[in-house]
Design a binder for this molecule. Structure first.
Ligand code: ATP
Ligand code: SKM
Ligand code: MG
Length: 173
C-alpha cells in the first residue's frame, strides 16, 4: 500500500510522514526532497530560475513515477501537489493508494510558518502577520476542495504526533 499525505504548507506532512513510515516499516519519501535530489537543485532555486510552472510539471512527473513504481511507501506531498494538473484524481484512481489530509487551522499554520518561512518560496516574501493570515486564508479557500477529496481527514490542531498517529491507525486499519 502507498499512503499519501496531503495538506497545506507546514501541516506536518514531512514530520508525521517520517514517523508513520517508521511505525509501519514502510519506505518514506518526501516529494519535495525527491524533486530536489533528482533535479540537483533546491525548490527555492527551481522557482527562482525556472519558474513555478516548471516546478508544477516536475511535481506531476515525479508523483506519477512514484505511484507507478513503489509499494509499501509513505509519500508526503508538497503543499500544492494535489491542487495542480489532475494530481488528486491520479492519487484517488491509483490502486492500493490511500490519501490522508492533515488538516490545520490558520492560526496553527501561521505559528509554524512564521518560524520557517525561508525554505518556502511562496511565503518567504510575506512581511506582516496580517498579510500572512490573509495569504493562508485565500490559499486554503482555493485548495481545501482538493485536500478534502482525500480518503481520510485528520484535524491536527493542538494534537501531538502520537495522538495523530493513534487517530489515523483507527481510521485506516
Ligand atoms: N502535530 C504537530 N504539533 C506540533 N508541531 C508540529 C506538528 N506537526 C508538524 N509540526 C511542526 O510544524 C513544522 C512544519 O512541519 P512540516 O515541515 O512537517 O510540514 P509540511 O506539511 O511538510 O510542510 P511543506 O508542505 O511546506 O513541506 C515543523 O517544524 C514541525 O516540527
Ligand atoms: O504549497 C505549495 O505550493 C508548496 C509547498 C511546498 O511543499 C513546496 O512543494 C513548494 O514550496 C510549493
Ligand atoms: Mg514537507
Amino acid at each position: 500500500m502507498i499512503l499519501v499525505l496531503i495538506g497545506y504548507m507546514a501541516s506536518g506532512k514531512s514530520t508525521f510522514g517520517r514517523i508513520l513510515a517508521e511505525k509501519l516499516h514502510y519506505e518514506f519519501i518526501d516529494l519535495d526532497d525527491y524533486i530536489e535530489k533528482n533535479e540537483k537543485s533546491t525548490i527555492s532555486d527551481i522557482f527562482k530560475i525556472k519558474g513555478e510552472i516548471h516546478f508544477r510539471k516536475l511535481e506531476t512527473q515525479y508523483l506519477k513515477e512514484l505511484l507507478e513504481s513503489k509499494k509499501d511507501l509513505v509519500l508526503s506531498l508538497g503543499g500544492g501537489t494535489p491542487c495542480y494538473s489532475s494530481n488528486m484524481n491520479l492519487i484517488l484512481e491509483s490502486n492500493d493508494v490511500k490519501s490522508i489530509y492533515l488538516k490545520a487551522s490558520i492560526p496553527t499554520l501561521m505559528a509554524r510558518l512564521k518560524n520557517e518561512k525561508g525554505k518556502r518560496p511562496l511565503v518567504a516574501h510575506i512581511e506582516t502577520d496580517d498579510m500572512l493570515a490573509e495569504f493562508i486564508g485565500k490559499h486554503l479557500f482555493e485548495r481545501s476542495p482538493f485536500y478534502s477529496m482525500a480518503n481520510v481527514t485528520i484535524t491536527t490542531d493542538n494534537k501531538s504526533l502520537k495522538a495523530i498517529m493513534e487517530e489515523l491507525v483507527l481510521e485506516l486499519f
